[in-house]
Ligand binder design. Sequence first.
Ligand code: SAH
Ligand code: MG
Length: 196
Amino acid sequence: MKYFDEIEKSARERNIPVMEKEGLEFLIQTFNEHQCHRCLEIGSAIGYSAMMMISNIDDFVVETIELDDARYLEAIQNIKEQQLEDQIEIHHDDALTFDINDLKYQEFDCLFIDAAKAQYQKFFEKYMPLVQKNGICIVDNLDFHGMIFDIDHIKNRNTKQLVKKIKRFKDWIFNHEEYQVTYYGIGDGICVIKRK
Ligand code: SAH
Ligand code: MG
């Protein structure tokens, strides 16, 4: 695990928003409980969460999409160093415009959304249909450092807009008649979404 700790530390030092440890442990536990084996991840960053999943869940593969050039290249490097190429398929693209026909797998049992927060609903609508009937979706960073609970007091206009968008996604998904959503105040706020 030392190697992964170093990757996490190095990411934090460079303000790369890799998942918080608590949240990641929860995600791994949830995927294990649901006996998930194939994950689609939106937002790979440097491959940290994907590598952690592979290393902690039996018989697991991840297909993941990353927009940023430098992070994508670093992820490739990290995955190669750990010889996890067989289990992690990474795409360098914008998940909003990415052609789903380019995916290696056409069906998944779990979806992990961890990219641009303003686009959560779009990611969800585009990728949830690829998740099989009993599959689950996990979405991270729903609290936005607690700001979501106190939107009126946010001074910065852009931040306020972003937090409002996250709130809109939350309200939309929580009231969606097809999905059952459970929120957990772990890490930066996580929800687990299942079909009813
Ligand atoms: N899951 C990673 C952290 C991801 S951070 C981990 O825990 O290790 C979020 C990443 O999403 C960033 O690297 C950012 O470049 C990427 N991202 C943002 N918008 C995106 C988009 N539209 N398509 C693909 N990746 C995107
Ligand atoms: Mg995150």
